[in-house]
Ligand binder design. Structure first.
Ligand SMILES: C[S@@+](CC[C@H](N)C(=O)[O-])C[C@H]1O[C@@H](n2cnc3c(N)ncnc32)[C@H](O)[C@@H]1O
Length: 189
């Protein structure tokens, strides 16, 4: 069981002004190359933090919901976004699909540096699959335990390569690496 999947854990971190690795042009270029976004498609960013990826997806033309367990993270996300930007929802993804997201209604469900903190990961992946339209995709950014460039502080939340490979079974996978992270796009075959 992780202790890093609750608002009690994350709120003080965001209250201290903490943020994570910036969404860079290379990440968006690779995502765009593989996902081929079309205006009007819908995306859900799970564990959106201060909203970096959610805003980038909005700029690509997606109608975006940024989902977070931490109210403090969402406060910053709202402050950094325009009123026309993503919709922000406070919700613990481990309790089930978020309100207002019907089954098979999304083109993208993303977990950028958030999936590794969740309990019951295969079940969460199945739930995310249930929210996708036919042809939709999951986008996962994960720290990989075996990467030499992974620093000691990140080891406790990194996933073993074998677990990542197991999670990918039954999906069509596009995968690339940047440093200590795996970037994965999963589609139903
Ligand atoms: C390392 S941060 C990454 C934030 C953001 N995705 C980014 O790339 O900047 C992990 C995020 O996952 C969120 N999170 C953890 N458990 C969650 C849960 N059960 N439901 C929703 N969000 C959760 C945390 O609140 C935190 O903001």
């Amino acid at each position: 069981m992780s202790d890093r999947n609750t608002a009690e854990y994350w709120n003080p971190i965001y209250d201290d002004g903490h943020d994570w690795r910036q969404v860079c042009d290379a990440e968006i270029a690779m995502f765009t190359h593989h996902a081929n976004p079309k205006p009007g498609q819908r995306a859900l960013d799970v564990g959106c933090g201060t909203g970096q990826l959610a805003r980038a997806l909005h700029s690509l033309g997606y109608g975006v919901t940024g989902l977070e367990v931490s109210a403090a993270a969402l406060l910053t996300a709202r402050t950094r976004s325009s009123a026309q930007g993503p919709r922000w929802v406070q919700h613990d993804i481990q309790t089930g699909p978020p309100p207002g997201i019907p089954p098979t209604s999304l083109d993208v469900v993303s977990f950028r540096l958030s999936f590794q903190f969740l309990d019951g990961r295969p079940r969460i992946l199945d739930m995310a699959r249930g929210m996708l339209r036919p042809g939709g995709l999951l986008y996962l950014v994960l720290p990989v335990l075996e990467r030499e460039t992974l620093d000691a502080g990140r080891q406790s939340s990194a996933l073993p390569a074998a677990e990542i490979a197991e999670l990918c079974q039954g999906w069509h996978v596009d995968r690339w690496e940047l440093g200590w992270m795996d970037y994965l796009i999963l589609r139903s075959p």
